[in-house]
Design a protein around this ligand. Structure first.
Ligand code: ZN
Length: 200
């Protein structure tokens, strides 16, 4: 059987196409309203840089989801550990960043390993909360790969927790999402958490 290739389109975030000049004017107004003087040479380009930074943080790269037949009948856990990601907390529009451990128990098809990192990026580069990010990665793999199980653990530092509010510097948030055998089978689940390096 030939590999199946699925190309997804860039994810848009509800409000329609981006209007960069309106965004730049709004960034300028925000900074001015906060009492920041934008007239100096070093600050004059700041609103534009803010818009370009957010634009990048909200844009995942396109990728093809290429899967292959599991010809050798491999039926143990495939796990990609410590996938780094950067996301934006949708409550404060401040970054949260960390690592994801993503695993699946193959069914009839397997996936190129780099694709696990791309799936994390797909859901990270949007206004997000960590719980939803974790769940969306698990759901997406479950749907597109039809594996026997999926496990996702995300560990992240939220700048809205460490720079403001609680100012809990060094604190991390851990979330997990399990599906199929990784949810139902205690031994498989234990193996996943052990390999992911998360103590249960
Ligand atoms: Zn926040």
């Amino acid at each position: 059987m030939a590999p199946i290739s699925v190309t997804h389109l860039p994810v848009r975030h509800d409000g329609g196409p981006r209007d960069y000049s309106a965004a730049e004017a709004a960034a300028m107004a925000l900074l001015a309203a906060l009492g920041i003087d934008l007239s100096s040479e070093s600050l004059i380009g700041t609103p534009g840089r803010m818009v370009r930074a957010y634009d990048e943080m909200l844009t995942p790269r396109n990728f093809d989801l290429t899967t292959f037949p599991n010809e050798e009948g491999y039926e143990q856990l495939v796990i990609e550990r410590k996938i780094p990601f950067q996301s934006l907390c949708e409550h404060h529009m401040l970054p949260f960043l960390g690592v994801a451990h993503v695993a699946y128990l193959p069914g009839e098809r397997i996936l190129g390993l780099s694709k696990l990192a791309r799936v994390v990026e797909l859901f990270a580069r949007r206004p997000q909360v960590q719980e939803r990010l974790t769940q969306q990665v698990a759901d997406w793999l479950n749907e597109h790969l039809a594996p026997k199980g999926v496990g996702v653990v995300v560990t992240a530092e939220h700048l809205c927790m460490t720079l403001r509010g609680a100012r809990a510097v060094g604190s991390t948030t851990i979330t997990s999402a399990l599906k199929g055998l990784l949810l139902d089978d205690a031994r498989a689940r234990e193996e996943f958490f052990l390999l992911a390096g998360v103590n249960t």
